[in-house]
Design a protein around this ligand. Structure first.
Ligand code: NAD
Ligand code: USQ
Length: 397
């Protein structure tokens, strides 16, 4: 299959590109390297020593004999070049990772909010408009987030995108319908994924584009079998207060002897998936597209749920790390239960990697190996959801 991977230089996009290439797909990466530039802005770098794109691709060619193409292109701004690319490549599928993905970064200031909305919404809309303009019939696979749903405020399991409802028609008869699950984003970043959903709904209805939207949980881990093949292929590892995600942060903090930074009481429950399952899910999604004329196919891409303080306790038990309950810089529910339907990927054959499978140790080993690259000043989360600390008090719905 000929696949264009938008955002293929990033944490999920790079291992996905290698996985697809190793499975015999013809891959072209499109990336404007904005994530690397944000590292410069924040004066931080990946804990792992990621190589420039050219070195990565040359190393992959050397170790695998497969060639991955690369275009430096801003999907949110370079519309004409995007059209030219689609016309030239005529891909069978497009995987869209190319968005600003950190909730804390999106909440840092008005500038960061505006950048996140401009970048994410325009990237998605440019892609959809370009697919129509160039009569591109590719299957579009987009990375959405569990955060579009909120995190289980009703207590019922979160369905895969669509919620069955029963309403009365004009004559008073009950009618069964399925509607998009109500959205409840918890940051400007998460809100952009809600807006993406509406764009997909419209272009699917109006232009019959074939679209899969994957609502992914928090990704943990760093290496996949392909990125392990050579140090020049190593994946990025974000540990800082803006881009580091909770479980990888705890593992890295334990590895360097830094107290685990639990926000509030740690009662927040979230969905998780290992990076090795991310890359498998993407291929399963590509191999199982919706039919022409189908509505947007939504799959929940997660394998387990955990409460933040339980993760901290688990890491503390394994390592002897100290837990620090810090003021929560976010405006979010302090405690929630979360149940999520994920039958679709299991039925397609996914055998999930779970926390018990020894990969926690693997992440810590990587963190230890590269601990000399860590800047502890960058560990605390300094981005606040509300302008004053006093305004933080209260419970987000
Ligand atoms: P990342 O920031 O590491 O990678 C995103 C890549 O897209 C970067 O290489 C960046 O340079 C590129 N990019 C951003 N805007 C672009 C643009 N306008 N034009 C071209 N390239 C652009 O993020 P990630 O962790 O790999 O996440 C990838 C996708 O998966 C995101 O859309 C994110 O919302 C989603 N997701 C990630 C997680 C997670 O835990 N990492 C969980 C759920 C969903
Ligand atoms: N948290 C801590 N301590 C930390 C860091 C985070 O307690 O040091 C808490 C946060 O307050 C939050 C939870 O852990 O309650 C998750 O935070 P996170 O930074 O791990 O994840 P999040 O901001 O939700 O975003 C990540 C990805 C995003 C993706 C999302 C999937 O960055 O791209 O969309 O996970 S989900 O959470 O399912 O919506």
């Amino acid at each position: 299959m000929k696949v264009v991977v938008l955002g293929g230089d990033g944490f999920c996009g790079w291992p996905t590109s290698l996985h697809l290439s190793s499975r015999g797909h013809d891959v072209t990466i499109v990336d404007n390297l904005s994530r690397r530039n944000i590292d410069n802005e924040l004066e931080i770098s990946s804990l792992t020593p990621i190589r420039p794109p050219g070195d990565r691709l040359a190393a992959w060619r050397q170790v695998s004999n497969h060639v991955i193409g690369f275009r430096n292109l801003d999907v949110a701004r370079d519309y004409d070049r995007l059209c030219a690319l689609l016309e030239h490549e005529r891909p069978d599928a497009i995987v869209h990772f190319a968005e600003q993905r950190a909730a804390p970064y999106s909440m840092k200031s008005a500038r960061h909010k505006r950048y996140t909305v401009d970048n994410n919404v325009n990237a998605t809309h440019n892609l959809l408009a370009a697919m129509v303009e160039t009569a591109c019939e590719a299957h579009l696979v987009h990375l959405g987030t569990m955060g579009v749903y909120g995190y289980g405020s009703t207590g019922a399991p979160i369905p895969e995108g669509y919620l069955p409802v029963r309403i009365r028609d004009g004559a008073g008869n009950w009618v069964d319908r399925e509607i998009l699950h109500p959205a409840n984003p918890g940051s400007v970043y998460h809100m952009t994924k809600v807006l993406d959903q509406q764009l997909f709904f419209y272009y699917n209805k109006n232009d019959s584009l074939r679209i899969t939207d994957l609502h992914q949980g928090i990704v943990w881990g760093t290496q996949t079998p392909e990125t392990e093949r050579d140090e020049r292929l190593i994946n990025r590892f974000d540990y800082d207060g803006d881009y580091g995600t909770v479980l990888n942060r705890f593992l890295m903090q334990a590895a360097i002897g830094y107290p685990l930074t639990v926000h509030g009481t740690g009662g927040q429950t979230r969905a998780f998936i290992h990076i090795r399952d991310t890359v498998r899910c993407i291929e399963l999604a590509l191999l199982n597209p919706p039919e022409a004329g189908d509505r947007v196919l939504i799959r929940n891409q997660m394998t387990e749920t955990h409460r933040v303080r339980d993760l901290a306790r688990l890491v503390a038990r394994l390592t002897g790390a100290r837990i620090d309950f810090v003021d929560n810089p976010r405006f979010e529910a302090p405690d929630n239960d979360l149940a999520v339907e994920n039958r679709q990927f299991l039925e397609l054959g996914l055998r999930p990697v779970t926390l018990e499978e020894g990969l926690l140790q693997e992440v810590m080993e990587i963190a230890r190996r590269y601990s000399g690259r860590c800047n502890p000043d960058r560990i605390p989360c300094r981005s606040r959801w509300r302008r004053t600390h006093a305004a933080q008090i209260g419970t987000a719905p």
